[in-house]
Ligand binder design. Structure first.
Ligand SMILES: O=C(O)CCC(=O)C(=O)O
Length: 259
């Protein structure tokens, strides 16, 4: 599908943007960072937070280690932000193959980083991401500037329906912030009783593909019950010159501005 047509439905999939060697190099960097950070966390130097929904987070080396809630032995769900921890990850911020199409979504010639994340979605234990937009969380930190943030999600493994592919509601970004589920402790998830997700499409893709979408797109992903990891690196871009997410305090009271 041509880029303009993809942009109008709110997301862009660029199959195999990275070749096998390039994808493997990013995967090796991801595993090296994970090993380093979890070793430090195991030495007891991390600050620990437990979310209202029971998820455990540890801060170490300028990243947040988010543990899978129910994995035995323990497994990491995500690290964020993460690109500062390895040059091979950091180099992707200026990769033209990614920044070219992202400029179209962010609508800015000059781009800067907002934040980055590694989602591990490990074989057998990677848990679900419930229906959400990225926007409400970012809005609590960045205010209205959060509208201009878009993500490039680089798949480090083949993505299939059964290992937790993303499901996206085409065009959902055009409706603005979706009604949130008030019965759920984070206050950040989409209320599917008041938001139509029936037109969702599942994005399957080979390793090395890159999926791009704005913060207002409604999406989810299921658990990974297969024997294959489904790792991804997310780079969230914004117009250049704005503060990055880690420098912005989370102000939960801003949620009152949103439906
Ligand atoms: O990795 C996934 O499956 C979900 C990504 C996502 O929606 C997120 O990190 O907010």
């Amino acid at each position: 599908m041509p880029l303009d047509e993809q942009l109008s439905r709110g997301f862009v999939l660029l199959p195999r943007l990275l070749d096998a060697a390039g994808t493997a190099a990013v995967g090796e960097a991801a595993e090296a960072v994970l090993a380093r950070v979890t070793k430090k966390a195991s030495e007891g130097v991390a600050d620990v937070t437990v979310w209202p929904d029971g998820h455990r987070l540890e801060q170490v080396d300028g990243t947040t280690v988010h543990w899978e809630p129910d994995a035995r032995p323990p497994a990491v769900r995500s690290l964020a932000p993460v690109t500062h921890l390895h040059p091979a990850l950091d180099a992707l911020w200026t990769d033209d193959r990614i920044t070219g199409p992202i400029r179209r979504i962010v609508n800015s010639e000059r781009l800067g980083p907002f934040t980055s994340k590694l989602n591990f979605k490990r074989a057998g234990v990677g848990s679900e991401f419930r229906w959400h937009q990225d926007y409400p969380y970012w809005y609590c930190c960045a205010g209205p500037d959060a509208r201009d943030v878009a993500t490039a999600m680089i798949f480090l493994d083949d993505v299939t329906t059964d290992n937790g592919a993303l499901e996206i509601v085409p065009g959902s970004h055009l409706a603005g912030p979706a009604p949130r589920d008030r019965s759920e402790p984070t206050g950040l998830l989409v209320d599917t009783a008041r938001t139509d997700v029936s037109g969702a499409v599942t994005v399957e893709a080979p390793a090395g593909s890159v999926l791009m979408f704005p913060g207002l797109i409604v999406h989810r992903s299921g658990p990974n019950r297969t024997a294959r990891d489904r790792r991804s690196l997310l780079l969230c871009f914004q117009p250049a010159g704005r503060p990055e997410l880690p420098a912005l305090p989370y102000r939960a009271e801003r949620l009152a501005d949103l439906p």
